[in-house]
Design a binder for this molecule. Structure first.
Ligand code: F6P
Ligand code: MG
Length: 492
């Protein structure tokens, strides 16, 4: 069910897979060891915690073993059964592949296996404490805290836009001659919100190993987005807007009644700031009526460091409910950043406005969280019709399915070495034309695979500084500085 084109491999020195397996994954496991160690050290040495402390220590040891196996290029071992059916498919695939060694294996499979194996160390724990533990949670919240300047800037923009929408709605019926203007205005805002949502993906934690907090904050501001416009190599947002607008106005005619249910799905990527901007887009779509329902798809286990699990959604809302407590000057999560100044009344009210809006949408059932184990399988989305037909059928109900981020893009395209000019609709295989699913990928490039580029573009960027030159590597696509926004109308 996978594409026939060769996949990126950890053995290929020209692929980012090579660096990932040798440099980044060991660093990520080390971070997890430090986190568990810190938690163990913080537990009171009481009788009740004794078991949790002992178990925490054995998880540290098991993480150490995993890191050793990875760094010494050992065979990838079977995952112990933890009650979830996907273990069998991981293990069947391991066996079918050899089993492979860490430094000579398909990149996508190995990276998913890494996080799945880490998750098992917790899900097979005896103590409830570790069963529920998210080893990346501390990092996710701390990065969100350091995104404060951008959070406040966007919160202000969001409140202004929503107030505007509500006021114009209160003014009643739009005259026909104004309708075109209003459509244009709506489109401009849609593009702005979607671009906010796109660039929110540039700052995920698996890349943060090489970014300072100052760089992170620079990446998130509105000026940064303006400067980055030329970095969006393909931008199909106009097409996505047209389909949503047509559904909201029945074939684009503002005089006719809209389709009663207009659903948009977001296959989420990262927690914290990126989830915050996803909710900005979701809230905007619901406020304008471009959607009547937004379904969010999180992961079921801690994944690729920063990906959203349901608890991250709750943690974000809790932080926003009491922003003063969240941004208290002493709360730094030990990340070494200087404590921030207390929040002003004005800023606290802004954040609370968003909290009220989003928690109401959630309570009203317009903003829905729908986890599925499929999103943490090892395989690409090419396998969707075969391994998760129910998920596919569900996505068909949506007007538009937005796939956020790099990993989702790798999974859409099968993480295969397609020529860069391959049409997006071809590279997404079973989700392409006539699939019944309308796809929009919002992706900042952090891996090798890129499709849908105009002839010569890849070569042109490779020739720029840091672009990879004639090394054979598409190095420009690894840094998150370039992006693609690609649409495929699978419903046509
Ligand atoms: O490029 C390194 C990497 O870990 C990829 O494996 C993964 O696709 C990406 O970073 C994570 O980025 P995102 O959070 O945008 O999916
Ligand atoms: Mg991610």
């Amino acid at each position: 069910h996978d594409p026939k084109v060769p996949k990126y491999q950890t053995s290929d020195p020209t692929s980012f897979a090579f660096k990932s397996a040798r440099e980044r994954w060991p660093a990520i496991i080390t971070g997890a060891i430090d986190d568990v160690h810190r938690t163990v050290a913080s537990l009171p040495a009481s009788e009740t915690e004794k078991e949790a402390i002992a178990e925490g220590k054995s998880i540290v040891a098991a993480l150490g073993t995993l890191k050793y196996e990875l760094q010494h290029n050992r065979v990838m071992t079977l995952i112990p059964y933890d009650g979830q059916g996907d273990v069998e498919s991981y293990n069947a695939e391991l066996e079918a592949r050899g089993p492979p060694k860490w430094h000579d294996v398909e990149w996508l499979f190995a990276e998913c296996y890494l996080y799945r194996r880490m998750a098992t160390l917790f899900s097979t724990a005896k103590t409830g404490f570790w069963q529920r533990y998210d080893v990346f949670q501390r990092q996710k919240m701390s990065t969100f805290r350091s995104s404060r300047p951008a959070v406040l800037e966007l919160a202000g923009r969001y409140r202004d836009i929503l107030t505007q929408i509500r006021t114009s709605r209160d003014h009643g019926v739009v005259e026909a001659q104004d309708a075109q203007q209003e459509k244009e205005a709506e489109k401009l805002l849609f593009v702005e919100m979607a671009e906010v949502c796109l660039w929110g993906n540039a700052t995920d934690l698996s890349l943060l190993t090489s970014l300072t907090y100052e760089e992170l904050q620079k990446l998130q501001g509105s000026q940064a987005r303006k400067d980055s416009e030329a970095k969006v190599l393909v931008n199909d947002l106009g097409q996505a807007f047209e389909v949503l607008y047509a559904a909201a106005h029945q074939a684009g005619d503002p005089a006719t009644a809209p389709a009663p249910s207009r659903r948009v799905d977001i296959v989420l990527d990262n927690a914290g700031f990126e989830l915050f901007v996803d909710l900005i887009l979701a809230g905007y779509l619901l406020a304008t009526g471009l959607a009547t329902e937004v379904v969010l798809h999180p992961k079921s286990i801690p994944w690729f460091v920063s990906d959203v699990v349901p608890a991250d959604f709750a943690a974000l809302l809790t932080a926003m409910q009491d922003p003063r407590a969240f941004y208290t000057p002493t709360a730094t999560d030990g990340d070494g950043a200087a404590p921030a100044a207390p929040l002003s009344d004005h800023d606290a009210a802004l954040v609370q406005f968003l909290f009220d809006d989003w928690s109401r949408l959630h309570a009203d059932g317009q903003l829905i969280l729908r986890p599925s184990r499929f999103w943490t399988h090892a395989g690409s989305f090419w396998r969707l019709p075969h391994t998760a037909p129910a998920v596919l059928d569900d996505l068909k109900e949506s007007q538009l399915v937005i796939f956020k981020g790099d990993l989702n893009y790798r999974k859409l395209t099968g993480d295969a070495a397609w020529p860069a000019t391959t049409p997006f609709a071809t590279a997404i295989g079973p989700l392409g034309p006539a699939s019944g699913v309308r796809t929009l990928a919002l992706r900042t490039c952090k891996a090798d695979v890129v499709v849908g580029l105009p002839e010569g573009k890849d070569e042109e960027i490779r020739a720029t500084e840091g672009g990879g030159g004639d090394s054979g590597a598409r190095a420009w696509a690894w840094s998150g500085k370039w992006a693609v926004v690609q649409f495929c109308d699978g419903k046509v």
